[in-house]
Each structure stands twice: as C-alpha cells, then as structure tokens.
Design a protein around this ligand. Structure first.
Ligand code: SF4
Length: 476
C-alpha cells in the first residue's frame, strides 16, 4: 500500500511531459453559426452541398458567421488579401465548422478572440495582423521554393528522387491553405501572386505523364497529387490510376488529398467508394500498394466524418491512409499539439501519422515557419509516446535536395540560421552534375529566431547572400 501511495505521489510530483488521454472525436454542431442554423444533417453529409457552400470571400464568411465576430476581424482578413495572401480564400463548411468549436457563441462579437486564436483559422483564413512586420518573407523565399518546375519531366511531373515521382494532375483543390507550398501554381491569383497556368491541355498532359512512366522503369512510386485529387472527376482519376496499374514498374500509388479531412463527404460518395473498390482490387491482385495521403495539421480537424471516410476507404481495399502535416507556429508547433494530433489521427480515425514537414520558404510565411533547431527539439519531444511505426518524422524539404530528417544536417550556422545539407542521390536535373553529391545545400531559419548579431547580419547582407546563392546555382 505504501508503495502504491509512494508511486502515486511521485507521479504527481514528476508528471510525464505529455499526459496521454483518449478523446472522443466530435463533429461540432454547425447550427451554432447563424448562416447554417437551418442546415440539415442530410445537407451536411452531401459532398455537393459542401462544395456549393464553400466560403470564398468575406461576404460569404459574413453570411455564415454574422456578427459573432467583430468587424475588425473581417477587416483584418481584407487587409491580408490586399497585402500578403498567396492563396485565395476557399474553405469547405466541414472545415470552417471546426474553428473555435469549443467556445459557445454568446452574442455579437463573442467568437472574435476564439477565431483569432484558432489553430486551423491561422492557416486557412490568414489575417494580416498574424504576419510578421520585420521579416515578412525570408530573403531566400521564392514562389516555387522546392524548384519543382525545374524538375518537371513533362508538365506537372516532378522527378526529384530516383525511384519516385510527383504527378500534379490538376492545379485546384476543394480548399486552399494559406501556407501552400505550390502557391506558384495552385489556386486562383491573389493581389500579391499572379498564378502560373499549365499550358498543355489536361488530357495531353496526363498522357505525357503516363508515357514518361512507361518509359522510365526506375520509377516505382507515384504520388498522384495536385492540387488535390478530390477535385478530379472520379472517372478521370480512376482511368489514370488504372493506367498506372498496368505498368509493372509501378509498385506504390499514393493519392494526395487534403479534402480527405476538409471534405470527407467527397470520399464517402457512393461512386467514389465503388470506384475505389475497383482500383483497390486491381492493386491488390497486382501487389501494388494503393494508399491515401492526407494533410491534417490540428487535432480538431479529425472528426467522426473523417473516421467514416477512413473506414470507407479501408472497406474499399485501400492499404493505408497516412497523414503528412505541416509544422507551423501558432498551429501545431508544440509537442503537446503534435502528440494530440497524432493520437487523434491514430486512435480516432485509424490514420497513420507519417510526416510533419517544416513549412517551406515561400513568401509571407515567416510567422508560420520554425527554425531547424526548434524542429529538432520537437522531434525529440514526441519520441517514445507513439508506437515506433506511427511516430512521425519531422522533415525539412531542402531545396534541390528533398526531404531530410531534421537531425540529418551536415553543418549549422546558428548565428545566421543557415543549415547545410547533403544528399545521396541525384535529382532529375543533375544527371550530368559531377558535384551534386559532394555539394552542400542551404536551408534558412526565420530571421526573427536568430540572435541579434545574426539578425544584423541579414539586415546588412541579404542582397549579397541572394546574389551568392544565384551565382552558385548558375555554376552548378
Ligand atoms: S490542399 Fe495541398 S495543394 Fe491544396 S492548397 Fe492546401 S497545401 Fe496546397
């Protein structure tokens, strides 16, 4: 008895840094928002209703929220659209309904602070006051920060790693995330960003991708992405997957869809389930791994409808549903938030936590980005709580390199926030580059995370640093 008391007392005195608790998933009641007060369950579960009621502008947001948030919040969004946003507004009701869901509305303005503080709001509905005013963008940020276009073999097909490719089937999604790494191409233009357009006709583009894959037996793994495959009419997506399944070299197919979380209603439609069953059966017969990769950044996004979608896909024969989140300050960059999310995914929905990417060096992203050392600390802090197979790796997507575990860096200048990375393969643009494997490649921490001397260095040398990087790239 004394031992029991002693151990209970010592547990209280020395608690675990993270306290695991099982939480039931909740679908927040959408009727709490004035604009959806009369929306029925049947409408809510309809993918068509969800798509036709996505929030695309401030007027539509007001129609849903009314005066539950103050005018200053709407003005803050407007300022962001005018001055900084790299993505246009597009939020499915399913996703908007998870904002500030733990706060009961109590009249005019009552949700203002909860909306400002909400993790998902922070990246799906950016406000100007969230952005940094010192270094809004890193001097080395760029529209296509991963240089995917340079690695296109045919339009939209990025061949960066030796055995795998990324196929961007389309440039749209059912939802637009403020931090989108493909902000160069995906979505509608904003006042700050004129989007690029695919030039080749969609049918031709897809056929060219398939032709390349047939002619390139070294590729075994295709990430079928966009944009978001949920925006591709199912028959066209099924036809593309079916073609991939005729190729002996293709052993893994991963369908990328953030809508799996943001619009699970899409994946619950009868035609999508039946179609997935057909391709999954063929995949199984041929020993090909067919999986869905989704993108969830906060535990509150994992709702019973997401669990239903996962169950439906498992019943259809999909091998796995995995999550690739993005690590962002204000959203999930604490060990507690990351572990809460991982357990919600695993215990709640049967989704495998897989990766957390550091937010890429796109313009206007400095308020979201974390430094490499912060990511290393987070990786350390989340070890040991989850099963090993479900402990996500935090990765830095290093330009011209690809994903590296955050502890894999070669050198690190903490004063200037420059990490140096190496790689062990040639990307698709380096087949004739003798130095590709001996060179180091840079990644840059947000300047506001640096010591004062480092911040001064950037204030004095930013242009010089960009010129040096450009020259080094031109020589390569
Ligand atoms: S779902 Fe993915 S591709 Fe689409 S906007 Fe979000 S991050 Fe970008």
């Amino acid at each position: 008895m004394t031992d029991v008391l002693t151990s209970a007392a010592s547990r209280a005195a020395f608690p675990q840094p993270y306290a695991y608790a099982r939480h039931e998933l909740v679908e927040p009641d959408w009727r709490r928002f004035p604009g959806w007060a009369d929306v029925t369950e049947a409408d809510w579960r309809s993918a068509q209703w969800q798509r036709s009621h996505c929030v695309k502008n401030i007027a539509q947001l007001r129609a849903v929220l009314g005066d539950l948030v103050e005018d200053r919040f709407y003005a803050d969004i407007e300022a962001d659209i005018a001055n900084a946003a790299t993505m246009s507004m597009l939020i499915p009701p399913q996703m908007l309904n998870t904002f500030a869901s733990s706060v009961e509305p109590a009249g005019a303005g009552s949700l203002t602070e909860a909306f400002y503080a909400d993790a998902v709001r922070r990246y799906m509905l950016p406000v100007f006051s969230d952005r940094r005013t010192d270094w809004t963008s890193h001097p080395h940020s760029s529209r296509d920060s991963l240089h995917e276009h340079e690695m296109w073999k045919v339009e939209g097909l990025t061949h960066r790693y030796p055995t795998k490719v990324l196929a961007e089937l389309l440039p749209t999604c059912p939802q637009y995330c403020g931090h989108c790494t493909r902000m160069d191409l995906v979505g509608n233009s904003t006042p700050s960003v004129e989007k690029l357009k695919f030039l080749v006709k969609p049918d031709t583009r897809l056929q060219e991708m398939l032709d390349y894959l047939r002619q390139t037996p070294g590729v075994r793994d295709v990430v079928v992405s966009g944009g978001d495959v949920a925006n591709m009419p199912w028959p066209r997506l099924e036809a593309f997957i079916a073609e991939l399944l005729t190729m002996d070299n293709i052993r893994d197919i991963r369908l990328a869809s953030k809508a799996f979380m943001a619009l699970p209603q899409h994946w619950l439609q009868d035609d999508v389930r039946a179609g997935m069953e057909r391709v999954a059966m063929t995949a199984r017969d041929r020993g090909v791994g067919l999986a869905i990769h989704t993108h969830v950044n906060a535990a509150q996004s994992v709702t019973p409808l997401v669990r239903e979608a996962t169950k439906a896909m498992f019943e259809a024969g999909v091998r796995d549903v995995r999550n690739q989140g993005v690590l962002m300050k204000g959203v999930n960059a604490t060990s507690e938030d990351l572990l809460d999310l991982c357990f919600a995914l695993m215990d709640g929905a049967g989704i495998l936590p897989y990766y957390f990417y550091m937010c890429d060096m796109i313009p206007s992203a400095e308020h979201w980005r974390v430094a490499v050392w912060e990511a290393q600390e987070l990786q350390h802090a989340i070890m040991g709580y989850l099963p090993g197979f479900a402990t996500p790796r935090i990765v830095c997507d290093v330009p011209y390199v690809g994903k590296r575990w955050v502890h894999q860096l070669h050198e690190y200048d903490r004063e200037r926030g420059i990490s140096y990375w190496t790689k062990n393969y040639r990307t698709g643009i380096e087949t004739a580059d003798a130095d590709a494997l001996s060179r180091t490649y840079e990644y840059y921490d947000p300047i506001h995370t640096l010591p004062a001397s480092g911040q001064r260095w950037w204030a004095d040398h930013a242009l010089e640093s960009i010129a040096a990087a450009d020259a080094a790239h031109a020589d390569a």
